[in-house]
Ligand binder design. Sequence first.
Ligand SMILES: [Cu+2]
Length: 124
Amino acid sequence: MDVSNRRRRTLTAAVLLAVAALALVGCGGDDKALTAPSVTVHMGEFFYRPADLTVARNSALTVVNDGAVVHTWIVKGAGVGTAGLAPGASIIVDLKGIAPGTYTVFCDQPGHTQSGQTGTLTIT
Ligand SMILES: [Cu+2]
């Protein structure tokens, strides 16, 4: 009984610390916490929609695979992108830390870029 109570108190303290840490992260200008992205990229055979998009620095976006095969959305030279996304799957991509500029976006599945699955991402 004593042991489980102590464990519960420790757990509560850990949760409170985590909440405090999240609150701190939420206060910084460029360190704003991730909220649900307002931008969504759809992909399929063999396209991105929109192919070219512009987002604010340190934002995030949702990538959805509307296609019938695996696709990826990779920002060339930025070290950011999705792994292979199965048909119907979606994922949030964190663009935090990417320097402003225009980057090429591509799908690394064999033949997809050559079939036209490319685009650009501009960070402002
Ligand atoms: Cu693809």
